[in-house]
Ligand binder design. Structure first.
Ligand code: TMP
Length: 210
């Protein structure tokens, strides 16, 4: 049995968490079994690593940062994502490997080939069936983060611009998997566009478990 793996990506303040949760609720209402996750996170160890990664007091080297995201990912893939997909469930994950390529690769300059190679090991070869990239002007997104910024959000505007550009490059390289959705001012309009995409591209391929 094979489930369905949908990931959400995007730069800061693009509304990923809201949109991915709305999609999960929508699919549950339709009777699908949905597992909702976030990265880094989703297992006890991955949540601890998340705290280390996002704590503004920590000074973390770019390579250490990259590897910490990968460690959190190994735990999540092995313990939650793979078993859920094997049971035929729909897994929705707020961020995945593309985040590391965008934030540590394009953003911090860590070697992208290295990230892809370690990423392949960390994900056990699992690739999302669909990745929804929510695109929004960087300044607009950061406005929503003005108050409680974490270690990554605190980085310079030019860093966040590189991240967004990186994402758009990834989408251009893999147009079948990564679909770009422009964020609308009205979150329900954005959600409607996401649902349409999911219904068109992946639901027809999905076989519900028994
Ligand atoms: P979130 O704010 O979307 O929950 O994600 C946590 C932060 O971690 C966000 O600033 C993006 C960053 N991040 C990376 O830099 N690399 C990664 O691989 C992942 C998964 C997240």
């Amino acid at each position: 049995m094979k489930g369905l793996f949908i990931t959400f990506e995007g730069s800061e303040g693009c509304g990923k968490s809201t949109q991915s949760k709305l999609l999960a609720e929508y699919l549950r209402r339709k009777g699908c079994k949905v597992v909702y996750l976030r990265e880094p996170g989703g297992t006890a160890i991955s949540e601890k690593i998340r705290n280390i990664l996002l704590d503004p007091k920590n000074h973390i080297e770019p390579l250490s940062e990259t590897l910490l995201y990968m460690v959190a990912r190994v735990q999540l893939v092995k313990q939650i994502i793979k078993p859920a997909l094997a049971e035929g469930k729909i897994v929705i994950c707020d961020r995945f490997l593309d985040s590391t390529i965008a934030y540590q690769g394009y953003g911090l300059g860590v070697d992208i080939k290295f990230i892809q190679h370690t990423g392949k090991l960390a994900t056990d070869g699992i690739k999302p069936d669909l990745t929804i990239l929510l695109d929004l002007a960087v300044k607009e997104g950061l406005r929503y983060r003005e108050f409680s910024k974490d270690r990554i959000e605190k980085r310079s505007l030019s860093y966040h611009l590189r991240v967004r550009k990186g994402y758009l490059k990834l989408a251009a390289c893999e147009p079948k998997r990564i679909k770009v959705i422009q964020v609308d001012k009205d979150k329900f309009v954005t959600q409607e566009n996401i649902r349409e995409l999911v219904e068109r591209h992946v639901i027809p391929r999905y076989q519900r478990p028994g």
